[in-house]
Design a protein around this ligand. Structure first.
Ligand SMILES: Nc1ncnc2c1ncn2[C@@H]1O[C@H](COP(=O)(O)OP(=O)(O)O)[C@@H](O)[C@H]1O
Ligand SMILES: [Mg+2]
Length: 354
């Protein structure tokens, strides 16, 4: 049987370029070489596309891709592939842009389509959809940077222009501390901060707005942080639930990628009925954004009440050997290599025309 030509695209123009290199490195090591002829493709931070000749193996965060050759006729090069696995996190990768590009080229690809990708990338719009789906979320506020002011956007999208001080005053009336301030389009906790008082709130809004004009402010939840992986197109399965034990005040960028003390517990040590609820909600969340292929859905379980709050959905979750997505399915009986094969098959079997 002839091998399937599989392009693995990684790197990318986002703040998560380096994380993506690690994810791809581990995917490249685990793909079934009997089934696939693999074409590793690196997009650098400037957006240039390269054939990567780096051997998969041990890599550190931030290690440069040295063995590479620029792709001159990109469209022609891509069109010769049977399927593409975009292993890109964040903007220009997880947000529907590469998905749109591949749609135009009519090349099958792994994972969510354009709409689901862009909704999931944008925390504000994810919230709008989750609310519609009846998934419980922590109270939040949404502002948009506008010159040196902020546009305060109500739940019905009514807008008021306010100074930073007026903005924080308004938010403090509606939410309790601690609060989490996040760029609406972000990932890997870049630009995310916790505020305990009004001063920190103001400072963190300004900071988050450097990453994205849209800023979301959430009421903090005291509890466990858990994640559930989903897989499928129309028939979607959910993995077991895993818990994050962050070695920091919260699961910050450093806690995620630099602090070895951050741990995961798989399966999470929680009552069975709670994990069943979370698995159902994960599938519901995936369906609500019209997800396809894969996603990792993140939740909080509040201390004392055991209430489940959905946090976010990641359509291209981390894929390193110690990342939750592959580990959750591993624990649920689908080994890494088989998981990758299933993802590629879901991409090849996907039909969006009636
Ligand atoms: N409302 C919240 N309550 C408690 N912790 C939060 C809240 N929002 C975010 N966090 C903490 O901040 C981390 C990053 O936030 P998250 O929304 O997951 O952003 P990212 O998309 O960058 O992963 C979370 O993993 C969690 O540790
Ligand atoms: Mg997160």
């Amino acid at each position: 049987m002839e091998k399937i030509k599989l392009g693995v695209v990684f790197g990318g123009m986002s703040t998560e370029n380096e994380v993506s290199v690690l994810s791809a490195n581990s995917i490249l090591s685990n793909l079934d070489k009997e089934k696939y002829e693999i074409y590793p493709i690196y997009i650098d931070k400037e957006g240039k596309w390269w054939k990567s000749y780096e051997k998969p193996g041990k890599r550190k965060l931030g290690q440069e891709i040295k063995e590479k050759e620029e792709i001159i006729n990109l469209v022609k090069y891509l069109k010769e592939l049977d399927v593409i696995f975009p292993v890109l996190h964040g903007l220009y990768g997880e947000d529907g842009t590469i998905q749109g590009f591949l749609e135009l080229l009519k090349i099958p690809y792994v994972g969510c389509r354009v709409l689901a990708s862009s909704v999931a990338m944008d925390k504000v719009y994810t919230k709008v959809i989750f609310e519609k789906a009846g998934l419980k979320q922590t109270p939040y506020e949404y502002v948009r940077k506008f010159n040196d002011k902020y546009i305060y956007v109500e739940k019905d999208f009514k807008e008021t222009i306010l100074s930073l001080e007026e903005t924080t005053k308004k938010i403090v009336k509606n939410l309790k501390f601690p609060m989490f301030i996040k760029p609406s389009n972000s990932g890997s906790s870049v630009g995310v901060n916790k505020a305990e008082n009004e001063q920190e709130l103001a400072k963190n809004i300004e900071y988050a707005s450097k990453f994205d004009k849209k800023v979301i402010i959430e009421q903090g939840i005291f509890g466990k942080e858990v994640e559930c992986a989903v897989l499928g197109n129309e028939e979607v399965i959910a993995s077991c639930v895993g818990e994050i034990k962050a070695a920091d005040k919260f699961y910050s960028f450093d806690a995620k990628y630099k602090n070895e003390e951050s741990r995961t517990e798989i399966p999470a040590n929680i009552p069975k009925e709670l994990s069943e609820k979370i698995r159902k909600q994960a599938i519901k969340a995936f369906k609500s954004i019209d997800g396809k292929g894969l996603a990792r859905v993140d939740f909080f379980i509040e201390n004392n009440t055991n209430e489940i709050y959905i946090n976010e959905i990641n359509t291209l979750p981390g894929f390193t050997n110690i990342s939750m997505y592959p580990m959750l399915f591993q624990e649920s009986g689908i080994p890494y290599k088989e998981l990758l094969t299933r993802l590629v098959e879901l991409a090849l079997n996907f039909r969006d025309v009636p």
